[in-house]
Write a protein of this length. Structure first.
Length: 1072
């Protein structure tokens, strides 16, 4: 049957000619170059249907791989839906088999399956647990701290930069299958460059010195990377990069594994192939080279080079997968160049930006064309004088666009895509002033929330005596409002202390000069230490003369508060964060600030980040956590986001994070020279601290080359570095074009591109090259981009305007608020008496008790497992919320945690492991209580292995879904989801006792109802197509309710918990 006949029979749109060629391509390796929004997912699903309808393969012989679980889920659902349509239409060549399903996974999950099934063949432990980012950081940092290698002292680096270098180098060697001994050997040769003659009398400083210092650090770093791998092996831990490398080792050493996979999977679909790493490509070509593999990708969307992806993978596909006896030229290349997402004007801009890349591509890349009914859409450009003006234009544009409903009558989705989130504050301020709902996605957005900024500042001040900037923010903030003169006086005290010893005697000239030479020129002493001095200095001390009386009092108050907090840093991190919030009154501040609705949620989200960090090391301390936070923010901003678009809300995220997503309207700000396109800050490439030399990378042939071997003088080396830097600049220019292309092609309708001359820099920044190129092809008006700024100096520079500093906490509303407060006080007929305060407190306490018995003051985020408590006993919940108490870690809870971690590791990395190492410390086990006995866990494992679930393969494992329900966010951590007889089944593992009675079972079933609803919303399917049940492992018993609460029932229960008559759960049967 032809692809068009099948589409007609199934009631689907007829494929285009390009799609038909892909769908009906022969069973041989093939490459599909699919542009942004070109319908590749639907085309791949149609390819599967065509293969099945014509009897080329069976359902279970199909393998589909992609990068994210979200993408894998979408592809899997699309393929299964088309298969079901095919079978219902009676077009399937083979009889329907309810148990036969295609395999659709992420690349890492697939590699992990090979590793787990055959780990013993290479001497590895199959039950290895996947390390989280936080756990990997903690493990590597511990190795660095405990190292006795004297070479580390010679590096001149701190613990955290060395930790980051060890992790990145370890992963780079693993992902490129590099031999550590060869890396060390290269470093040994490279350091000899420093001994070369200068080669010119005019050279006074060794040009190779800096390069030799960077590359010369490789030997000790490689040794630490090896120790890192050994420690992971000893503990039974792996990272994602390890899984792929180990899977490759298995396939290269055991041909039988390769043959088994070739027999099992006769057709392979590889999605987002441009984002695969070298080791992933080697694994896939080893397994399926020469077989019917169809790779789909777009070289213009290869933006993840920082994590090992190579844009050259698509160009090398023919060489990697060509059948035996054939060459790369024999592998066909297909095109999908009709964009079903973008309107004409947007595509015109995108095509112009990547025009140089298209011309230089080693594989043919067709120009994207709009769908027949697309229209031109709307492409707006605004280039303003200042970044404040630019932000106001963006906010006004979003306000106008979001007032207009979409074509379906619903609110439109919107996004602002940034090169970096560092300068996003003017835009969020402008959006807030306009009343436009927005949300900054990712950890970077969380750390920019004002309440979280203050919280992190305090944590840094408690840990680091050099955290002067953070302390100044606190001193000049709304709480303390220390004036500029007092801050300057505190700085002078710091300088005064720096020139004295512990007894405050002046240092000798030689000592003082030595100290001055050992620090950077602008270092003037620690204001944190100066604040401690102010607290303890006697009245009248001459060092305090520059402080005002009011300033001295406030500084001593904040200093004493910080000293108290510093004495608590030994607390568990979560407890420490809670104490800091309370001491700073942040919890009260966010509750009282009606202008910041995200305040409380941001503090809760930060606490979750702390708890997530502690999953890898329950004894984690403040210093390593703060270091990890900075690294986690960097990586999180570069990673693809998983959040769905929120209609009516502007989502703010990085361009890297936007890959794979789309919105109705999109704005791309800061398209100025130096930002987008951005410039290369350091033209050093692999000649940098902790970098893997390019020649050890699998894509070295496509990377710039440094001709350092054979140079005879350091002058020649400097010339080689200059040529190398020019090649790096060209490579960076191509990466910037790909970033802009990805950003522009995210919109379905309207696009806004903006910039401004003046931001924080001293010189104006002209419109970026990409804006000029779009203007050249006539897509924007000739006068849309001004040639020069109207002002010759930056109007945003400090000192250019008079402002009140510190800023009044209430801003321009302060006078009105104070007047209103005074009016209320004057209108009170009951004047103050000596008993007034006591009476007010007693009355407030009585009212609070009565109110708490009736109304629960709910947190923003509710765990699904606690939902039953809120609806069954809201008074008890109110009491716990009013005075939270630490809960003792029960033995059965710890056993359940261990079992869940084991099941997750058994099924593979579909989720994030909660248990890294089952030690008493990490499980917070009471040392006075007997440990969890191994036989208890072994018994649960044995029961599970004998159950029906052991032989089934889940669709999802340990997936966490945040679902909105009646204005609250319900956190649903689903243990497993299976596809059984064409229906999804949510299963919740229970290691405790079965319900004691019908009422207990009814309450527990609320959790299942929430899980079912959350999974349905996440996948975009009808909840009636999803079953749910408990599996009580200890009793080997499954409990499946006949009916589950619907969304309306759950909302009614939740709303009932907020009323006085909701003191107990509803009685009667469960209704659907």
């Amino acid at each position: 049957m032809s692809a068009r006949a099948i589409a007609e029979a199934l009631g689907l749109p007829s494929p285009t000619e390009q799609q038909r060629r892909v769908i009906e391509s022969p069973l041989e390796p093939g490459l599909v170059v699919a542009g942004a929004g070109s319908g590749k997912t639907e085309t791949m699903a149609s390819r599967v249907v065509w293969l099945l309808a014509n009897g080329h393969v069976g359902v279970e012989e199909i393998l589909g791989l992609t990068f994210t679980r979200k993408a894998a889920g979408e592809l899997g659902v699309r393929i299964r839906a088309r298969i079901e349509q095919l079978q219902q239409a009676g077009l399937a060549a083979a009889p329907a088999d309810a148990f036969a399903t295609p395999t659709v996974q992420t690349y890492n999950a697939f590699a992990n399956g090979i590793f787990r099934d055959s780990a013993t063949l290479i001497g590895r432990e199959a039950e290895s647990v996947v390390l989280t980012e936080a756990s990997a950081w903690q493990l590597a940092r511990r190795l660095v701290v405990e190292s006795t290698d004297p070479r580390l002292l010679e590096l001149g680096r701190g613990v955290d930069p060395i930790t980051q270098a060890v992790i990145s180098l370890s992963r780079a060697m693993s992902e490129n299958v590099a031999d550590p001994a060869e890396v060390v050997r290269l470093a040994g040769s490279f350091v000899g460059l420093e001994e070369l003659p200068f080669g010119s009398a005019r050279i006074r400083r060794a040009p190779a010195a800096e390069a030799v210092a960077a590359v010369g650090a490789l030997p000790p770093l490689v040794d630490l990377a090896i120790a890192f791998q050994q420690e992971k092996t000893r503990r039974g831990l792996v990272e994602y990069s390890d899984q792929v490398a180990f899977a490759l080792a298995i396939c290269e050493r055991v041909p039988q594994v390769v043959q088994e996979h070739r027999t099992r999977f006769r057709v392979v679909l590889l999605d987002e192939y441009q984002d695969t790493s070298v080791v992933q490509t080697r694994l896939l070509s080893t397994l399926f080279g020469g077989t019917p593999v169809m790779a789909v990708g777009d070289p213009h969307q290869s933006i993840y080079g920082w994590r090992g992806a190579s844009a050259a993978n698509l160009a090398r596909f023919g060489a990697d997968f060509a059948p035996e006896g054939k060459g790369p030229a024999d592998v066909p290349v297909y095109a999908l160049s009709t964009s079903w997402r973008n309107p004409g004007a947007v595509l015109g801009a995108a095509n112009r930006i990547v025009e140089p890349l298209t011309a230089a591509s080693r594989i043919p890349v067709a120009r994207l064309e709009p769908r027949p009914d697309a229209g031109d859409g709307r492409l707006d450009v605004a280039y303003e004088e200042t970044v404040s003006d630019e932000a106001a234009s963006v906010a006004a544009w979003f306000a106008d666009r979001l007032r207009q409903p979409g074509s379906d009558g619903r609110p439109r989705s919107a996004a602002m895509l940034c090169r970096s989130l560092k300068g996003v504050e003017p835009f969020t301020t402008a959006l807030a002033d306009r009343g436009v709902p927005f949300r900054v996605l990712g950890l970077g957005g969380l750390l920019d929330q004002p309440a979280v900024v203050d919280l992190v500042c305090v944590l840094r001040v408690l840990h680091d005596p050099t955290a002067g900037s953070e302390l100044v923010r606190l001193l000049t903030g709304a709480r303390w409002r220390i004036g500029t003169k007092d801050v300057h006086a505190l700085s002078r005290i710091a300088s005064w202390l720096m020139a004295r010893d512990h007894a405050q005697r002046p240092l000798e000239d030689g000592v003082r000069q030595g100290l001055r030479a050992s620090v950077v020129p602008d270092e003037v002493g620690s204001v944190v230490d100066a604040l401690d001095f102010v607290v303890g200095a006697p009245e009248g001390h001459r060092a305090l003369e520059g402080l005002s009386a009011e300033g001295l009092g406030r500084l001593r108050a904040v200093g004493r508060q910080l000293q108290v907090l510093r004495s608590r840093v030994g607390l568990d991190l979560v407890d420490l964060v809670t104490v800091v919030q309370q001491e700073l009154l942040l919890d009260i501040e966010v509750a009282a600030n009606e202008t910041d609705p995200l305040g409380r949620a941001s503090l809760e989200a930060f606490t979750e980040q702390v708890a997530g960090y502690l999953q890898g090391d329950s004894a984690g301390t403040l210093g390593p956590f703060l270091a990890w936070l900075a690294e986690a923010e960097r990586r999180d901003n570069l990673a693809p986001r998983t959040e769905e678009p929120e209609p009516g809300t502007v989502q703010i995220l990085t361009i890297h994070g936007s890959k794979g997503l789309e919105w109705d309207v999109v704005a791309v700000p800061r398209m100025v020279e130096g930002e987008l396109p951005g410039t290369l800050r350091e033209k050093r490439g692999w000649v940098a601290f902790g970098a893997l030399p390019f020649e050890f990378r699998g894509d070295s042939a496509e990377l710039p080359s440094l001709a350092w071997r054979g140079v005879e003088t350091q002058k020649e080396f400097a010339e080689a570095m200059e040529a190398f830097g020019e090649e790096l600049e060209e490579r960076n220019a191509a990466e910037q074009r790909r970033l802009a292309y990805v950003a522009i092609t995210r919109t379905r309708s309207d696009l806004l591109l903006t910039g401004s001359f003046w931001s924080t820099q001293q010189k104006p920044r002209s419109p970026g090259a990409f804006l000029r190129e779009i203007q050249e092809v006539g897509l924007i008006a000739p006068d849309a981009l001004p040639e020069a700024p109207e002002l010759e100096e930056n109007p945003l520079e400090p000192g250019s305007a008079r402002v009140a500093w510190p800023l009044p906490p209430l801003g321009p509303r302060e006078a009105r608020v104070r007047a209103a407060a005074e009016a209320v006080a004057d209108a009170d007929p009951a004047r103050e008496t000596v008993w007034s305060r006591d009476i007010d407190l007693l009355l407030a306490e009585r009212d609070a008790r009565a109110r708490d018995a009736e109304l629960v003051d709910l947190p923003t985020r509710i765990p699904a497992s606690r939902f039953k408590d809120f609806v069954s006993d809201p008074a008890a919940v109110a009491a716990r919320l009013r005075r939270p108490m630490p809960e003792r870690p029960y033995r059965q809870t710890r056993l359940g945690t261990l079992f869940h971690g084991w099941v997750e590791a058994r099924y593979g990395p579909a989720g994030t492991a909660d248990v890294i190492d089952a030690s008493a410390v990490e499980l917070d086990q009471d040392p006075t209580e007997p440990p969890v006995e191994q036989q208890d866990l072994d018994r649960l494992r044995a029961v599970f292995e004998a159950s029906e679930w052991a032989s089934r393969r889940p669709e999802e494992v340990e997936v966490e879904i945040h679902m909105e329900l009646a204005g609250q966010v319900v956190i649903c951590k689903i243990d497993a989801v299976f596809l059984i007889d064409g229906r999804y089944r949510v299963v919740d593992w229970k290691t405790g006792r079965t319900p004691k009675d019908a009422a207990d079972l009814e309450l527990k079933q609320l959790q299942l109802a929430l899980y079912r609803l959350a999974f349905a919303k996440w996948r975009g399917i009808d909840p009636d197509l999803i079953d749910a049940e408990f599996y009580f492992v200890a009793d080997d018993m499954s409990l499946k309710p006949e009916r589950l609460y619907s969304e309306e029932d759950l909302v009614a229960l939740w709303s009932g918990a907020r009323t006085p008559d909701a003191s107990r759960a509803p009685s009667g049967p469960i209704v659907g």
